[in-house]
Write a protein that binds this ligand. Sequence first.
Ligand SMILES: NC(=O)c1ccc[n+]([C@@H]2O[C@H](COP(=O)([O-])OP(=O)(O)OC[C@H]3O[C@@H](n4cnc5c(N)ncnc54)[C@H](O)[C@@H]3O)[C@@H](O)[C@H]2O)c1
Length: 374
Amino acid sequence: MSETVRVGIIGGGLMGREAASAFGRWFALTDVPIQAELVAVADVSEAAREWFRRVPSVRHLVSDYRELLALPEVDVVYAAVPHNLHLDVYLDTLAAGKDLLAEKPFGIDLHTATMIAEAAKASGRFVRCSSEFPYMPGAQAVVSEVKKGGLGRLLEVRSCFWHSSDLDATKPANWKRQSATCGEIGVMGDLGMHVAHLPLRLGFVPRRVYAQLQKGYPERPDGKGGTAACDTWDNALLHLDFSHDGADVPMRWETKRLAPGETNTWSIEVLGTEGGACYSTKEPKTFWRFKGGKQQGWERVDLGFGSVFATITGGIFEPGFPDVLQQMWAAFLTERSGLLGDRFGCATPDEALMSHRVFDAALRSNASGRAEVV
Ligand SMILES: NC(=O)c1ccc[n+]([C@@H]2O[C@H](COP(=O)([O-])OP(=O)(O)OC[C@H]3O[C@@H](n4cnc5c(N)ncnc54)[C@H](O)[C@@H]3O)[C@@H](O)[C@H]2O)c1
């Protein structure tokens, strides 16, 4: 008989609802010996709570998240709240003895991320940080190409996440556009873990950063007929280097809310003298492989639905955001039960902390105008 894990969500907004959708079609996974059941949701907004009435397994809808943490039947908490609340919510979750899938950026800044990582270690609970794009089949193809070797001397790594919606000046402000709630790191807190996870997992650990940060519109409609100030960094170009086989290799992490024409484009590129690998969600099932030699060229491979965890979905179909979010949850729950094997695991607290070290150094670099040590 398979184990059933009961999940409670703190923060039933955009991501809380996505998680509910992943659990709602859990039966699509065919080789995960764990059942996931969403039983409780905590949100201060009544409208947010009401949405979850459509989920039959939800037995508790509460406004104070501490009530959810007091429920003995909740095994795992998924916390998806604004960044200024991460510290309190995550520490309270650990103190309540629950395992935690924590949304990125895992604290509003380096200081709080350090406190969370230390508390996670001290608690002995199973804690991971959300980052789903590495579960795209093309991202996994990049991972296996790098692990296979044969790329020659590494030349460059590029990891990007681009949004365009902030180019629309009429888009209302929200907590992600204000440093008090999103964090001084701005777009790096919003999108940065997504570009950090794969490079860090591949051992490309930045030593130095030179950062170019840009702000967006200083004011936006507040959605209530007035205007609201917006002060976060909207675009961040991080020029990094890491050491590989005794040589310095340049790497770029790009997180942008002002990227013309890009709705939600995540990409990774690893280039060497003899081989390379490239994937972008712009072409969700296409993987590009570079082959060096006298006659050089890029080979285009149609991957289809080759997911980390097998599903009912036919192998020729295209994967999307809800699919990889469910794959990430499968990885979280499988690893929590000690059954992950050699499959790709979720971002660890150490990886989340490392991403914060880079973002902190990026703020220093942007202020000093010089490259800073991470
Ligand atoms: N992994 C991803 O792809 C991804 C995408 C978007 C956002 N996120 C992350 O998810 C988290 C939430 O972002 P979102 O886009 O879902 O935000 P959101 O604004 O849509 O939802 C946040 C929810 O938290 C609720 N909330 C606020 N204070 C609360 C409290 N004290 N107790 C309980 N609930 C409270 C709000 O009412 C809201 O419903 C952030 O950390 C963000 O960075 C991750």
